[in-house]
Design a protein around this ligand. Structure first.
Ligand SMILES: [Zn+2]
Length: 514
């Protein structure tokens, strides 16, 4: 008896290890992605591997054969961390569907932000195809405090802007009184306590803000251990310039010792973009945590009532009237039309051709500068946001909301401005790395490694392309060459189709909660 035990054990060791090995490599995974070129900007891994996903996480990245309940053959494709876009104003289902086709798993609204923040998160719980999150929008807190208008969660480009642009509204034309400032601060603080990601200061839309307001409210970011972001004021090459506006926000960030994200730097600094990029680098070398962002287009889009389109914009921006297009009608502006639409529909969308190619490319290749689409909601013929089922192409607006990320990959293939690995870092890892100290969830996104959350984008490097363009009917055409997108371990784009009714999106929040 005794002598048989070691034999049984020996047999068991052999069999059990075989059994164990077999089970670890068979049906244990929920999803396996086979034979793809796995690229991870954090570790530098760039090799053909198989990925095993279980319970929403990457369990293994291996050269050995594995099997799972669901299989994707990624032969000839790059398997990358899901793209993270910190600048996605289009938060409706149609806009998110286009983002997914463009490889984005985490489209966040952190430039304009939301308020009340709780409403933003509640509206999306269990109903979002991609991950979601928003900063606390200082602009909405300001509108609420100074004009007593409720922006109802996410307000940008919605009726709130038109409502808040009525004759006599104060939010964009007046400094806050000490009482109003107190109210604004309390509202922003409430948003931070509800999980808002940082504080968004798009001061370019309310240049009347002066005095201590931005400096004071930004101090809340320090107290809540979070960051601030900005669309700087003064769209101008001449004083007061966008460069000076960047200096202002650098002073706000460094005085309060809070990290800063500078959105669409070329779009604001225009000809002063290279100097602005040097300034960002210098501030970083001197210890400020700061990041700059760009989108790969030479045109911007925003509301036609924006104060930088006020008298004298030609001299400040180098644009003429015909460089500004009113989205609803496609009309190029004249002096009369611009005045009319600024008065009648100040929240209406416009597109402006205002960035030089060389300035956009300077930001594209600059080390550490990441991609943010600034995608705005598309509008249909009636000026409404299209429903999820609306056909591709039905939405009108700036094509960046549909094609930014694939356009970056296409540009890298055609012009080799940066390496493919650098491009993937600019599309995912750099954003996660910037946020991870403040938003712990981001430690596990933007990478492909065991333990990472399985947000994964699979694209064909030889064919991936944007298709959204400026021609009528093409503004909201989806990108192609990105056949699979996985959000939190769930396939949501399959064979280049967004799956209806699949809602794997999770909230991304600041971890300071009530
Ligand atoms: Zn902006």
């Amino acid at each position: 008896m005794q002598s048989s035990i070691p034999r049984v054990m020996a047999a068991c060791v052999a069999w059990c290890s075989l059994l164990f090995a077999a089970s670890a490599h068979s049906q244990d995974y929920d999803l396996v992605i086979l034979n793809g070129r796995v690229m991870d900007p954090e570790s530098g891994l760039d090799a053909v591997r198989n990925i095993g996903v279980k319970s929403g996480k990457v369990l293994d990245i291996t050269a050995t054969q594995i099997r799972g309940k669901e299989t994707i053959d990624a032969t000839g494709h790059v398997v990358a961390p899901g793209f993270i876009d910190l600048h996605a104003h289009g938060q409706d289902p149609y806009a998110i569907k286009l983002m997914l086709r463009d490889g984005v798993t985490t489209p966040l609204e952190i430039e304009a932000g939301a308020w009340p923040v709780e409403d933003y998160y509640n509206e999306r719980e269990g109903k979002s195809q991609a991950n979601y999150g928003a900063s606390v929008g200082h602009v909405w807190a300001r509108i609420s405090a100074m004009d007593n208008i409720n922006p109802k969660g996410l307000g940008l480009y919605s009726d709130a802007i038109n409502a808040a642009a009525h004759e006599g509204s104060k939010w964009s034309t007046q400094r806050s009184s000490p009482e109003q400032l107190k109210k604004i601060g309390a509202k922003v603080e409430q948003g931070l306590r509800q999980g808002g990601l940082g504080i968004g200061f798009p001061v370019g839309y309310y240049t009347a803000v002066g005095g201590p307001e931005v400096m004071d409210v930004a101090s809340l970011a320090n107290r809540y251990d979070t960051f601030i972001t900005t669309h700087v004021r003064y769209l101008s090459n001449i004083p007061p310039s966008g460069y000076m506006a960047l200096e202002e926000l650098l002073a706000v960030a460094s005085t309060n010792q809070v990290p800063l994200i500078v959105h669409h730097l070329p779009s604001n600094l225009l000809e002063l973009t290279p100097q602005g990029l040097y300034l960002v680098d210098k501030a970083r070398r001197n210890g400020l945590k700061i990041a700059a962002e760009f989108y790969p287009y030479t045109s911007g889009s925003s509301i036609i009532g924006a104060d930088y389109l006020g008298p004298g914009f030609q001299q400040r921006t180098g644009m003429e009237y015909e460089d500004i297009v009113y989205v609803k009608t496609g009309e190029k502006m004249t002096k009369e039309l611009l005045a009319k639409y600024r008065k009648e529909d100040p929240g209406g969308m416009m597109i402006m051709h205002h960035i030089k190619e060389k300035d956009m490319l300077a930001a594209f290749v600059w080390e550490g500068v990441f991609v943010g689409s600034d995608g705005v909601p598309f509008l249909d013929d009636k000026g409404q946001v299209p429903t999820w089922d609306a056909p591709y192409g039905a939405g009108k607006g700036h094509p960046r909301g549909a094609g930014t990320h694939a356009k970056v990959l296409r540009t890298v293939r055609e012009q080799r401005v940066v390496s493919l690995m650098e491009a993937i870092a600019k599309l995912s890892y750099l954003q996660a790395k910037f946020l991870e100290d403040m938003v712990p969830d981001m430690k596990h996104r933007g990478r492909l490694k065991p333990g990472a959350i399985a947000d994964i984008t699979i694209f064909d490097p030889a064919t991936v392309t944007d298709n959204a363009g400026w021609e009528e009917g093409k503004n909201s055409l989806p990108s192609t060459g990105i056949p699979y997108v996985i959000v939190n371990g769930t396939v949501v784009v399959k064979d280049s189709k967004v799956l209806k009714g699949v809602y794997p999106g999770q909230p991304i929040r600041n971890d300071v909660l009530d």
